[in-house]
Design a protein around this ligand. Structure first.
Ligand code: SME
Length: 159
């Protein structure tokens, strides 16, 4: 199967997997597992916008598949924080060329981060982060399908 066919298979399974389930952590865990199973990337997971007691927001590690990862990422920091701030998908061909990239694993060489928008006010409530051990893994096919997948996830969770 080529990449498009793998993503088509992913989309076919996604809605039945998550529909009617309101447990956000459970749904995101299964979505990370489905992406890892279908596409086989090195690290697939979510960072979720959380507030501390002072009301300051950061990205907190959520459900993921892959090696251990960092717990917190600030607004505008790293690839994930940049995606949150700019409210758009960020594709990094070579992480060594991305200023401020946060290296959770030295094996990560390229990365894609896709925002999750809530349907009410279109705020970013989290990001999907995927890492590859090879340079230049991600392109517009990945961003197109992963953005579609994240729209389905947000709509299904009624966020
Ligand atoms: N590389 C990310 C941090 C998260 S890990 O890749 C799992 C970043 O720069 O935001």
């Amino acid at each position: 199967m080529n990449k498009r066919e793998k993503y088509e298979a992913l989309l076919t399974e996604l809605s039945p997997l998550i529909e009617g389930e309101s447990n956000t952590i459970g749904v995101l865990a299964n979505v990370a597992a489905l992406i890892k199973e279908k596409l086989g990337f090195f690290w697939v997971g979510f960072y979720l916008v959380k507030s501390n007691l002072q009301g300051e927001e950061h990205l907190a590690l959520g459900p993921f598949q892959g090696p251990i990862a960092c717990y917190r990422i600030g607004y505008g920091k790293g690839v994930c924080g940049t995606c949150w701030k700019e409210r758009k998908t960020v594709v990094v061909e070579d992480v060594e060329e991305f200023p401020g990239h946060i290296a959770c694993s030295s094996l990560s060489r390229s990365e894609i981060v896709v925002p999750l928008f809530n349907n009410s006010d279109k705020g970013v409530w989290g990001v999907l982060d995927i890492d590859s051990t090879e340079i230049g893994t991600f392109d517009s096919i990945d961003s197109q399908y992963l953005e579609r997948a994240m729209q389905i996830v947000s709509a299904s969770l009624k966020l």
